[in-house]
Design a protein around this ligand. Structure first.
Ligand SMILES: [Cu+2]
Length: 319
């Protein structure tokens, strides 16, 4: 497009389209429930489309009738429209005007009730095999994934097997955060000292974007991760890769990890050649998740220098 022709409205539209299609690194990762990669997001999509269709039953007649009525009953000489100044009630009209919305609300409530129960993040209703357990810890500004049964942990890359239920338990070791993998399952909050749960299933091998959707400071925009669903064989290989390439997740490495750093900064501090450029691999010896959780359960306020997310725990580098 020639420079200087942007004043043309169609060029502006073109420019907007080009901006939208410019590809950031994650652009090929599925990142919307409108492109579902698992049954939960698929039900969410159906639910949205169904609700939209139902609401259109009320919206479309209004959009069509308002201009029609305005045109038909406009003031003009010799108009054909009936003039009835004493008219004040129509049973037929009242029936339609109240009946249709009542019906729509009833149908919407029914489907909402069904979807709410079917998609309960706490229930494990998808798949027969036992779930893969993953513990997720929100930090400034990354998500830590702990696989207690596999003895591994990762940051920046969330590997899951396909067609198997993944049971996620979440907490944070800093402020409240909101965990979401749009293409797989909806948003759930994580809070310090508490746990929440989410269940995920991926249908096919795919790379999906996951994120934090609750603003929490400087590194917020970088608090994203790749969710990689893999066939069971590939998943086992990935687990081995994390185990052999990982560094131990102990008090010292956790201290570095939990500082107020975005993923690139913590990568620079802890990354090794055995890890991808945008992920950290750890081996897990202790029950890190419960020691994180229990630090908030003493009944006493946590000293500031032991609280990730505070300046005295991990002073940010001044620019
Ligand atoms: Cu809470």
């Amino acid at each position: 497009m020639a420079k200087g022709r942007l004043s043309n409205p169609s060029s502006l539209v073109m420019a907007a389209l080009i901006l939208l299609t410019v590809t950031p690194p994650m652009a090929f990762a599925s990142d919307s429930f409108m492109d579902p990669q698992g049954p939960i997001a698929a039900i969410q999509k159906t639910h949205l489309l169904r609700a939209t269709a139902l609401i259109m039953v009320a919206v479309i007649p209004v959009l069509v009738l308002v201009p029609l009525i305005a045109f038909r009953y406009r003031r003009r000489k010799g108009g054909a429209a009936a003039y009835r100044p004493d008219w004040d009630f129509s049973a037929k009209l009242e029936f339609v005007m109240w009946g249709v919305p009542v019906l729509i609300v009833a149908l919407l409530s029914f489907y909402l009730w069904k979807a709410t129960h079917r998609l309960d993040p706490y229930s494990a209703a998808f798949g027969e095999e036992p779930a893969v357990r993953v513990q997720v810890v929100g930090l400034d500004w990354k998500w830590l994934f702990l696989y207690p049964d596999l003895g591994i942990a990762s940051v920046g890359e969330f590997g899951i097997p396909t067609k198997r239920q993944v049971a996620v338990t979440l907490t944070t070791d800093t402020v409240m955060q909101s965990f979401m993998i749009p293409a797989l399952a909806g948003q759930i909050y994580a809070m310090p000292g508490m746990t929440t749960q989410l269940h995920l299933v991926a249908d096919t091998p795919e790379v999906m974007q996951g994120e934090n959707t609750q603003y929490n400071g400087r590194g917020f925009t970088k608090q994203k991760f790749r969710t990689v669903s893999m066939e069971q064989d590939a998943f086992d290989t990935w687990v081995d890769k994390v185990r052999t390439g990982g560094i131990p997740l102990n008090a010292a490495t956790y201290q570095t990890l939990a500082m107020r750093t975005d993923r690139d900064e913590v990568q620079a501090a802890l990354g090794t050649a055995q890890m991808p450029d945008d992920a950290l691999y750890f081996t897990l010896e202790e029950d890190v998740f419960h020691s994180i959780l229990h630090r908030y359960h003493s009944g006493e306020a946590l000293p500031a220098d032991q609280q990730p997310g505070t300046a005295s725990f991990g002073q940010e580098e001044q620019e």
